[in-house]
Design a protein around this ligand. Structure first.
Ligand code: ZN
Ligand code: ZN
Ligand code: ZN
Length: 136
């Protein structure tokens, strides 16, 4: 009955007919069966993701499961290790709310230091003026 013999089935990824059925692992979130090629691809992906990913900040190699995705507000690509993630979060939170020099709480108006100033974070108007005077 039909075009398909009992032995072949359709790979759920590439939709090709395959005689070598492979069962997808459940953590791949794909349906079985898979053809040999797609199965090998998945295996390789899984292997890669298990060993090969670097923290984009400190370059430490870690399992992908031990790395964190940066928050969208940080405007970063890639993954971070827990240490860098925490550091970044603290940085971000403190930079967001306070003048990096005098610590005054910043309101709506904040000033970004110029690149030559060796200051990171945002400044209140007073400190910005001071820095500007100092650096001129
Ligand atoms: Zn396939
Ligand atoms: Zn790191
Ligand atoms: Zn200030």
């Amino acid at each position: 009955m039909g075009l398909f013999s009992k032995k072949s089935s359709i790979c759920t990824i590439c939709k090709k007919e395959t005689k070598h059925k492979h069962k997808a692992k459940k953590e791949w979130y794909v349906e079985s069966p898979l053809c040999g090629d797609c199965y090998m691809d998945r295996m390789r992906d899984e292997y890669d993701s298990n060993i090969k990913s670097k923290c984009m900040t400190c370059n430490t190699q870690k399992k992908v499961t031990d790395l964190w995705e940066p928050r969208w507000q940080w405007d970063m690509q890639g993954l971070l290790c827990k240490t860098c993630f925490d550091k970044k979060e603290t940085d971000f939170n403190s930079k967001k709310a306070f003048c990096t020099i005098c610590g005054v709480k910043l309101g709506f108006f904040r000033y970004n230091p110029k690149s030559g100033w060796k200051v990171s974070g945002q400044l209140c108007r007073k400190c910005w003026d001071e820095q500007k005077a100092k650096n001129e």
